[in-house]
Design a protein around this ligand. Sequence first.
Ligand SMILES: Cc1cc2nc3c(=O)[nH]c(=O)nc-3n(C[C@H](O)[C@H](O)[C@H](O)COP(=O)(O)OP(=O)(O)OC[C@H]3O[C@@H](n4cnc5c(N)ncnc54)[C@H](O)[C@@H]3O)c2cc1C
Length: 490
Amino acid sequence: MVVTPQTVVVIGAGISGLTSAYELRRKLGRGARIVVIEKAPTIGGKLKTVSSDRGPLEVGAEAYLAFRKDATEFFSRLGLGEQLVAPSALPSQLYVDGSLRSLPRNTIMGVPSGPEGLESILSPETLDRIAMESDPSISAGIHWVPGDDANVGQLVEARYGSEVVDRIVSPLLGGVYSSTAYDLGLRATIPQLAAAFDQMASAGEFVSLGGAVKKVLDERKRFQQARLGSESVHSKPHRPVVFQTFRDGFEVLYRTLAEESGAEIRLNTSAVALARTDTGFAVSLESSSESEGGVETIDADGVVLAAPAHVTGPLLADVAADASEIIGGVDAASSAVVAMCFDTSEGLPEINGVLCEAGADLSAKAFTISSRKWPHIAQRYPAVVRASFGRFDDDSHVHRTDEDLLARARQDLARATGFTAEPVATMVQRWWRGIPRFDVGHGQLMEFAQANIADVRGLAASGAWLSGPGIPECISNARAAADKVAGEIY
Ligand SMILES: Cc1cc2nc3c(=O)[nH]c(=O)nc-3n(C[C@H](O)[C@H](O)[C@H](O)COP(=O)(O)OP(=O)(O)OC[C@H]3O[C@@H](n4cnc5c(N)ncnc54)[C@H](O)[C@@H]3O)c2cc1C
């Protein structure tokens, strides 16, 4: 009997698609045909390392959350453990009311438990309001039924006032989600806080924002103390590493995954339709390269969709209609990154970055001072700064010309930090619909969508839109997607 090797098509060569391709190879073995379809001329998606004469720089994602041990273990298994580097211990600052202020400690994504330490950022009226919020003799509690969700901005504004949202919470959340707090759901973006509300409501306690934040902070403190206690008495207690990155750029990650997957990677090729067949699926492709132009169909036993939501949704229309509608309805924020290299760091503040309050007198929403944040970058350049523009509610800056964006990046950097040096090299990268928006109820909708896809043998879908844009989350979802398909077609 001749056994026909399986064919699996992976749509999208970002971290999600490449991780799925790698895992599919591990599960299906050398005989399987794995084809990765990528619309762009390069692999990596939102991971994009660019070369310059002094070494690699990131113009997409710049680090991953090192608390996610599963991601670090995955990178080590790929032989990339030696590549991982940690940032400096310098703080970031907030740009509020025209000047830099210390970023408050002891908040959960910028949401404080009380007014202490916020005097330089908030007005006395707001400080009073925060102080009273968790006092049951003065305040009414939050009406919360376990499982509820809320709009982050509206919730924090209702309890503490809009100053807290605009000056602290939106800048912090915006750094991850490219949206203000008013465009984000609590359960998808600050799940610890939603869980604390659930616990308080289930226990019949008075539910307040300050009380829930305190509960999460206390839990975090207990966890850290337990970790310190378990460290050897001889070892020096070390600072927890929150983020890590790759010394030679994320490029080493996406190239390694592509190579190890042994997949056939079709660049400049878009998946344009997906249909069921008697034996599996038919994937229609359209090539944008002149030599290979035209439409082609690949027959596949399994398919992993790993493209952005606005692509994945429509592709699912004929195979999982409910999922198609739900995933296709996920919005996304566009943004632009302007990377600037300088041959001097004189006058550049000793901080890792700046987060700008919503409504600040700047076009940029944040700066990463990459050469202060990352010692390996400081070895290559005297100074590197990344300016970020654009949010879900405002992509006007992303439409500007490169020259305009660069001029604004320099002007805003000078205004926020006083650093006025002229860059010796610059790069502008736009990310249209780059980060999905995690709205109220997002998790529940995704559960419905995944349940619909689960019913289709040999089909899986994952990506930044599923449960979070962070690289570790994309990797674990992509591995699960590959597991499902491999398990069903093997
Ligand atoms: C500016 C920026 C900074 C970020 N910073 C961080 C960070 O520091 N840390 C962190 O953890 N995360 C960060 N993120 C988020 C993270 O980079 C992304 O969520 C993640 O890389 C998404 O990976 P993905 O594979 O799911 O999607 P993508 O990277 O979007 O990959 C999807 C791929 O599908 C391709 N595609 C689209 N349509 C088709 C089609 N029809 N056919 C075939 N292919 C198609 C696309 O070209 C793309 O290559 C950042 C994101 C951005 C935009």
